[in-house]
Design a protein around this ligand. Structure first.
Ligand SMILES: [Zn+2]
Ligand SMILES: [Zn+2]
Length: 152
């Protein structure tokens, strides 16, 4: 009797520090490569190809897609003065107007006041994303959310 089976093997191909979404802290990780083998009588014969790489937190043991390594800890919310000071730079850098209005609102500013600050920072002209319904400063050319070119 011939017994075929597939078993997953992993090897560690990298390690470092990352922001673990589960621990919500900087943690050590190991980047692992999983590989599947067909085994005949449990002797690994043919690699079945990459079944994928994953990142494992060395503290909680949770496994994540490698994209997790690009995740940054949540920025702490700016205070109101900080938001107002950076409004122009952020809007011109492609931050949606609606998001900034929301941030200003969340930081305790009245809606009307928020829109006044936004107009002062980025002018009254807007470009819209037809896809997301977000508006941007007139200097921005592509939607931050979906990458679509903006309508003038
Ligand atoms: Zn963790
Ligand atoms: Zn969009």
């Amino acid at each position: 009797m011939i017994i075929f089976g597939a078993s997953a093997r992993t090897k560690t191909i990298g390690e470092g520090q990352f922001y673990c979404p589960n621990c919500q802290e900087m943690r050590r990780y190991e980047l692992k490569q999983a590989r599947q083998y067909f085994s005949l009588y449990f002797i690994p014969l043919i690699p079945l190809g990459e079944t994928g790489r994953f990142v494992q937190c060395q503290t909680c043991g949770m496994a994540f897609k490698p994209g997790v390594l690009e995740m940054k800890p949540k920025e702490k919310p700016l205070d109101l003065a900080g938001l107002i000071n950076t409004a122009k730079t952020r809007l011109e850098g492609g931050y949606p107007v609606e998001y900034l209005a929301r941030d200003l609102n969340a930081a305790g500013l009245e809606r009307d006041m928020a829109w006044t600050i936004i107009s002062a920072a980025a002018g009254a002209e807007r470009r819209r994303c037809p896809n997301c319904d977000l508006s941007y400063a007139a200097t921005v050319t592509a939607c931050q959310e979906c990458g679509q070119p903006l309508e003038g």
